[in-house]
Design a protein around this ligand. Sequence first.
Ligand SMILES: NC(=O)c1ccc[n+]([C@@H]2O[C@H](COP(=O)([O-])OP(=O)(O)OC[C@H]3O[C@@H](n4cnc5c(N)ncnc54)[C@H](O)[C@@H]3O)[C@@H](O)[C@H]2O)c1
Length: 458
Amino acid sequence: MSLRQFISLRKILRPFHFIKDSATLGWNEVAGLFGLNDDVFHNPAHKKIAKPVTVVLIGAGHRGTIYADYARLFPGEMQVVAVAEINAERRKRTARTHKLDDTVCFKNWEEVFTREKFADAVIIATPDFLHTQPCLAALEKGYDVLLEKPIATTEEECRLILQKAKQTNRIVGVCHVLRYTPYFRELKEIIDAGLIGDIISIHHMEPIEHIHMSHSYVRGKWKNSLKTAPIILAKSSHDTDIIRWLVNNPVHDVHCFGNLRWFTNANAPEGCTDRCTGGCKVEQTCPYSALQIYYRDRKRLYVFDLPDQKHTWDQYILEQLETTDYGRCVYKMDNDQPDHLTVNMLFENGVTAGFSMEAHVSYEGRRTRIMGSKGDITGDMESFVMTSFKSRKQTSWSLKTDAHGGGDHRLVRDWVQAIYQQEPGLLSSSIDVSVESHLVAFAAERSRLKRTIEDIKL
Ligand SMILES: NC(=O)c1ccc[n+]([C@@H]2O[C@H](COP(=O)([O-])OP(=O)(O)OC[C@H]3O[C@@H](n4cnc5c(N)ncnc54)[C@H](O)[C@@H]3O)[C@@H](O)[C@H]2O)c1
């Protein structure tokens, strides 16, 4: 049996409870029983690529490197032909990996667009505030684009990009990686197949995990909403998008409460110093000790551009903690992002959704509850259980994936195919819908600050 046949069979059999009550097998394991080790979410609309799609990488940091890595793994599908990166180390590393000579290694994004178009597309993975200009320039020059989320940091700029994409008729894929995770794909298929009837309401939670919060939104790149983007956009635009995608209807009204409750000066323990390396009296007991996280546990080190020689790391990490924000006390930062918030959404079709973003949790992985007219679903990003109201039958599903739920490279694959076939419909989201879900996040932030209920109008 081919993988495609297996997928069709799976769809036909699902209503008949092909997977037994409380089965523990995931679809990947079930496929394995049939001797099928491929991706069960293979898209039959994908075509064999005769000539790799050529790409310029703009911003070779954490995310850009992950997307560009697709070219290393699948050289027949995508080829990185140039890089633009202000950090010399990252530029060199990318040049080494993708075998680029100096003539195609640019020191900033502007240089790329001083030349005539020389590739099919660009990947834009620069910081949040630096998405709009390169994206507009790329569209103007006739490139297709893969754009990191958030699309832009203001509503006006999001609309500008939407307008330019339409005017130039180019493809803009937005990195809604959650849509490409097997977990959310399966949820979407089940909902669209009507297995829980009409959606009545959704409750969705994004647990950020407290160390992740301290790393990114207290000490890190997104600590200040004015310099980057409000956390509801920077972190949770994935969630406003995924909820809108599952409901498959525009949001009408939004309301939000939330604040910065814990990571403030008022909660600084007695004896703490400006840096964890400065003789802090509570360093040994503080869950946010930078010495513990980065130096002893060696976690989240990707922000430091570690040297190749591992024996120098001890000294190097200590220097980073003494000189960068990652070594500063979490209670003495210039941060303003809320560490908890709740959003209420009312969709045009009457569905309601409650979303909460929580920093003070020990775990990661979205928690989802979907209430339908014929059944419900509860899930935690690795597995979910669907219960039918009539039969009381429960169907469970599980799949182990990486931290992003396996979505990153599936997203790149669809995007490469969309460009190769010049078919934007191959992307999970159109730029219109992506902008719409960003508008929900902007509206939620306005509501949080002004204590209003906000309308959404594209
Ligand atoms: N889709 C997701 O799940 C997800 C997850 C994390 C971050 N992001 C987003 O991805 C983007 C990049 O985040 P990151 O964590 O990779 O950050 P990063 O800092 O690791 O990477 C950004 C890179 O852009 C480079 N850069 C800055 N100015 C430049 C310029 N003028 N020209 C060329 N390059 C320039 C920086 O030197 C850096 O290497 C951000 O918008 C972020 O919000 C998305």
